[in-house]
Design a protein around this ligand. Structure first.
Ligand code: MEV
Length: 364
């Protein structure tokens, strides 16, 4: 068996405004998705027949990393609620791409990778299919897996599943873990990782080193209301067209995000919380909150440093930054929300088991 896992994410600052080029910040959360692979007589997912249309993410990755390979039994486990704005599909894709790469290995030539997708080695970006030269060296198991490749593939798969519209926020945060900042320009004070481009939009992706944070937690409260991201994004676009002066709210979200990033970097969690609450008021002003979110936010506020909706809004989840996660969680549950507790900036993609790698050797 080969197994890999990846964390979910939540957005601390800048959702919606990021669509218009403003900076946004996400952190990886403790909840993860895990994918394990084993050779099998036919393709199976969690013991059931594999229907590509029911699992578009797995199918898209199978086409990119496993074309011509033997059938697999794929097992998916995880504690990230689906369709809740917490990155469950990106975490699944990152974990699946890591597991598939681990299960097939990577060809190397002249001591460098000769195939695959990677931003860290820009002169080595191949977009496949590749010519596999028999007899060249191959790296197997965890050593062949690369976070950048998992992020690139996951962004492509997410874009495919969302009709061409997806920022690299989820894919990069679920692959690298920690804290990720997107902006339309390279930010001087941050650790720039790479650029991403999709259709006509481009993003500069950075990481922020949060250090060890052990005195504040995120409590995530789910409303249970399902609100598709694409509808919320379209709603904001329609509002801006009708009332162009609302663009000021979008720009102010950008200013608040920058203040939040500076506070995160100096470890001033009280200021991070204040910026989160301010960000929420601006999100409310552009019409993406809802009564269910407002009631969970009101319940969490008295015991929190900051509260806001996270993700697209209209339902989905809110987050509270708190020094007393038990108390805040109880308050949210009493108001009718389901809660999860997480530290800020969990570890990124991880290979959990590569004992049987390779499951398939296309280089033999
Ligand atoms: C959704 O999680 C975040 C949005 O900003 C959309 C996006 O960034 O693609 C609402």
């Amino acid at each position: 068996m080969v197994q890999a896992s990846a964390p979910g994410k939540c957005i601390l600052f800048g959702e919606h405004a990021v669509v218009y080029g403003q900076p946004a910040v996400a952190v990886a959360i403790d909840q993860r998705m895990s994918v394990s692979l084993a050779l099998n007589e036919d393709w199976r997912i969690d013991g059931m027949s594999f229907h590509p249309q029911r699992h578009p993410h797995v199918e898209a990755l199978r086409q990119r990393l496993w074309e011509g390979g033997p059938p697999l039994s794929v097992k998916i486990l995880g504690d990230i609620p689906p369709a809740s704005g917490l990155g469950s599909s990106a975490a699944l894709s990152v974990a699946a791409s890591a597991a598939l790469r681990c299960a097939r290995g990577r060809q190397i030539k002249d001591d460098d990778w000769a195939e695959g997708w990677t931003a860290a080695r820009p002169n080595k970006v191949y977009d496949g299919p590749w010519e596999v030269a028999k007899g060249d060296d191959v790296e197997y198991g965890a050593q062949s897996v690369d976070e950048d490749e998992c992020a690139i593939l996951t962004h492509a798969v997410e874009a495919f599943a969302q009709g061409g519209r997806a920022s690299p926020m989820d894919s990069s945060t679920c692959a690298h873990g920690g804290c990720i900042v997107l902006s339309d320009k390279v930010e001087d004070d941050l650790n720039w990782l790479y650029s991403r481009k999709l259709n006509d939009v481009s993003w500069e992706v950075h990481s922020v080193d949060l250090g060890e944070i052990d005195d504040v937690w995120l409590v995530i409260g789910s409303t249970g209301v399902h609100a598709p991201t694409s509808e919320q994004v379209a709603k904001v676009a329609a509002l801006l067209e009708k009332q162009p002066e609302k663009m000021q709210e979008i720009e102010t979200i950008g200013i608040v995000s920058r203040r939040g990033i500076a506070a995160l970097m100096r470890g001033d969690m009280d200021a991070v919380g204040r910026a989160m609450s301010e960000n929420h008021l601006l999100l409310r002003n552009i019409g993406v909150s809802c009564p269910e979110l407002e009631s969970l936010i009101a319940a969490a506020a008295p015991t929190s440093l900051g509260v806001k909706l996270t993700g697209a809004g209209g339902g989905g989840c809110m987050i509270a930054l708190t020094r007393d996660p038990k108390l805040t969680s109880e308050a949210i549950e009493l108001a009718g929300g389901r809660t999860l507790i997480s530290k800020l900036g969990a570890a990124g993609m991880r290979v959990d088991n590569d004992e049987n790698s390779p499951l398939w050797d296309p280089f033999e």
